[in-house]
Design a protein around this ligand. Structure first.
Ligand SMILES: [Zn+2]
Length: 88
């Protein structure tokens, strides 16, 4: 019996489970509400994971899904920043 899902993260776009490194991590810091994309250190706050795929990013931002998950209003500017990262 494997329990590997414990080590996997779920994409908020397509709902697939993958390894952490396959994702872009978005964290909303709990006190300031500041949004971090792929934070280098562990930041305490709510996080979500999105595939490095424009389709998943678009889904995540549709109907403000990502805002609900992070419990923090995020705007389209964040989406653009993530997409820029994709093409780096
Ligand atoms: Zn995905």
């Amino acid at each position: 019996m494997t329990d590997e899902r414990k080590f996997l993260r779920k994409c908020i776009g397509c709902g697939e489970y993958k390894e952490k490194k396959e994702f872009i991590k978005i964290t909303a810091e709990s006190k300031t509400g500041e949004i971090f994309i792929n934070p280098l250190t562990n930041i305490y706050g709510r996080s979500c994971y999105i595939c490095k795929d424009e389709k998943c990013i678009n889904t995540a931002f549709k109907k403000d899904k990502i805002s609900k998950i992070l419990k923090k209003r995020v705007d389209v500017e964040l989406k653009n920043k993530i997409i820029v990262l994709l093409h780096k």
